[in-house]
Write a protein of this length. Structure first.
Length: 199
């Protein structure tokens, strides 16, 4: 797995997953209030777009991301502040603490928000927001029920983190085991090494 490829997929997911409530009003809802599956196109800086499917549990505590271009699954548990990289080919996984991973990429942590208009993305109406924090800046279009449909992020340390845009949104119950490590998978040094490349 190429380092830049993994970063381009994982960094936006880590940044959104690790973001916390804004420090000033007004602020958008940043997590969905019901189970949702979103088909995104990620646009990494200087690289071709990457299709990513994100399954997000109601309340935003669990997230699972897959891509036909990435031979791994990313599972985020916000309650436990952990993220796992699952590699089916190896029947292995690696885990990292979100807060310890790279706090400066979590550009929504401690952010102040301002409204910037309305839009429609993937057939869904959304409000456009701008955010600024001690770690960087971001803009996003977010539905009233907390689904992020489009966004860009910039880290003060890493620079441009790229952007994402939804192309399809579907609501419906997600099975609880979608966010669990599959039975028989074990912690593996090779998977852990792949995850360390994201740093």
């Amino acid at each position: 797995m190429r380092t830049m490829f993994l970063r381009s997929v994982a960094l936006p997911l880590f940044a959104v997953a690790a973001g916390t409530a804004a420090t000033a009003s007004p602020a958008p809802r940043l997590v969905p209030d019901r189970d949702v599956t979103v088909e995104y196109r990620l646009f990494p800086p200087g690289s071709p777009e990457i299709p990513v499917r994100a399954e997000i549990a109601a309340g935003g505590q669990r997230l699972r991301a897959t891509s036909d271009e990435l031979p791994a699954i990313i599972i985020v548990n916000r309650a436990a502040e952990t993220a796992s990289l699952v590699v089916p080919l190896l029947r292995a996984f690696a885990r990292v603490g979100i807060g310890d991973y790279d706090p400066e990429t979590t550009v929504l942590r401690g952010a102040s928000f301002s409204r910037a208009g309305q839009d429609v993305v993937a057939g869904q109406p959304c409000a456009r927001w701008r955010a600024a924090s001690p770690h960087g800046t971001a803009s996003a279009c977010i539905t009233a029920d907390g689904v992020i449909l489009a966004g860009t992020m910039r880290s003060d340390r890493r620079g441009d983190l790229g952007s994402l845009r939804a192309v399809r949104v579907s609501y419906g119950a997600l099975p609880a085991n979608a966010f669990e490590i599959p039975a028989g998978f074990a912690l593996n040094p090779l998977a852990q090494s792949a995850l360390r490349m994201l740093r």
